[in-house]
Design a protein around this ligand. Structure first.
Ligand SMILES: NC(=O)c1ccc[n+]([C@@H]2O[C@H](COP(=O)([O-])OP(=O)(O)OC[C@H]3O[C@@H](n4cnc5c(N)ncnc54)[C@H](O)[C@@H]3O)[C@@H](O)[C@H]2O)c1
Length: 389
């Protein structure tokens, strides 16, 4: 056990920041939330209500960076602010946890890596699914040779309609705040695919658009109506408006510039090929992977915690494993908090850092270039820019 107190500060203390703090702080009495910075009084109030009225609150994050009692800074601000907050934190000598994605453009990502390298401090990125027992089990099966070498794969993230309405009404509906939908939401999935395939994407193609969350479909709110279920957490709320973020525009008429559906093809350097599909108006939400290998296949969905494998062969049986998780983060939030506490208390190297953040964000930048230009994009120039090849 560490003998000294670990002072923690949060820059951005909205819903994700509080979700992490809720799991992290109980891990050790030595980990103390000392200060928060957020321009929104509602987030400050909610955080102090939950974690203590004595927590120092700042509207300017630079004030908390000046405090030598702060060892770790947890960044959960808007994606476009990650670079400014992370670079300043490293320059102030702090260890950093930053929510995914790393940043909204390649220059910002590289500035974060440079600041991290000069700081010699720890960095953890919030790729929650990397901490999930579900995905760790899949990785373990692949490493043990359950399906041989991956030849091709499908994966998806189809998001339930209320969650979709939230995305299209929230700050993340605009690329200038969050980057694209693929970067903001599905960079998790892109990270997982690169991890599973163990190779960098070589070329990508993608098509996407806004085809559902348009003003003509606003009547869908009324057509579906209010949720009548007495025990539902959405009870009495209207369809598509049931999730409430800090910014809550009408998702159909808002000024969004992100896609609500997108399909992507990826060819990896090791010749594995993948398709990825996202849509944010799903009646049947999925976060599914279907991997075809030289010796078998694996199919899994984190939303029900099922992993199925079968070997190639006349006598083989379908094996069904339950990963014991059944939510969109697959139990990753709590493991992330445990491993964050280990990094804070014992200096252990966390499972995911700058490298994973950079590879996933860079892949998303390439895919979005492909979607925006309707070209096949060769990823080599991107990898050269980040020094990966
Ligand atoms: N790891 C995951 O699975 C996961 C899930 C959801 C969101 N996220 C990430 O977490 C981050 C926050 O998302 P959220 O869902 O909590 O959003 P949120 O809107 O609930 O919270 C964002 C907070 O940032 C604050 N903020 C805005 N400008 C700021 C500034 N200049 N300085 C400090 N704070 C500022 C807002 O006032 C708000 O309180 C995003 O980067 C998002 O991508 C990660």
């Amino acid at each position: 056990m560490a003998d000294k107190q670990i002072g923690v500060a949060a820059i951005g203390c909205g819903s994700m920041a509080r979700m992490i703090l809720r799991r992290l702080l109980p891990k050790s009495d030595a980990i103390k939330l000392l200060a928060i910075a957020d321009p929104d009084e509602r987030s400050i109030k909610a955080t102090r209500n939950e974690f203590g009225a004595d927590i120092k609150a700042h509207t300017d994050y630079k004030e908390l960076l000046a405090d030598p009692a702060i060892d770790w800074v947890l960044i959960s601000s808007w994606n476009c602010q990650h670079k400014e907050h992370a670079v300043a934190s490293f320059e102030a000598g702090k260890h950093v946890f930053c929510q995914k994605p790393l940043a909204t453009n390649l220059d910002d990502c590289l500035a974060m890596r440079a600041a991290w390298q000069s700081s010699k401090r720890q960095f953890v990125i919030g790729y929650t699914l990397r901490f999930s027992p579900h995905y760790r089990k899949i990785k373990e099966l692949l490493t043990a040779g359950a399906i041989g070498r991956i030849v091709s794969m499908e994966f998806n993230e189809t998001v339930g309609f209320n969650h979709g309405g939230y995305i299209m009404g929230d700050w993340r509906r605009l690329r200038k705040n969050a980057g694209t939908h693929l970067l903001e939401k599905c960079s998790h999935d892109i990270d997982l695919a690169c991890w599973m395939v163990e190779s960098l994407p070589q070329r990508v193609a993608s098509f996407g658009g806004v085809n559902f969350f348009v003003p003509e479909n606003e009547e869908r709110i009324k057509a579906i109506g209010r949720d009548p279920r007495p025990d539902s957490r959405y009870s009495g709320r209207e369809a598509y408006l049931a999730w409430q973020g800090l910014v809550a525009e009408n998702p159909f008429t808002s000024d969004k510039d992100i896609f609500d559906n997108q399909v992507t093809i990826i060819e990896f350097n090791n010749a594995a090929r993948a398709t990825f599909h996202t849509n944010i108006n799903a009646a049947i939400p999925e976060r599914r992977m279907y991997l075809l290998g030289t010796e078998g296949a694996l199919r899994a969905d984190v939303l029900n915690g099922h992993i199925e494998t079968q070997r190639i062969g006349f006598d083989s049986q379908l094996e069904i494993i339950s990963s014991g998780t059944d939510n969109s983060h697959g139990g990753g939030d709590d493991v992330l908090a445990t491993e964050m506490a280990d990094a804070m208390l014992y200096g252990r190297t966390p499972a995911v850092g700058i490298n994973e953040g950079l590879i996933s964000a860079t892949t998303c930048f390439g895919i979005d270039e492909a979607a925006d230009t309707r070209n096949v994009v060769e990823m080599q120039p991107y990898w050269e820019k980040i020094g990966k090849r």
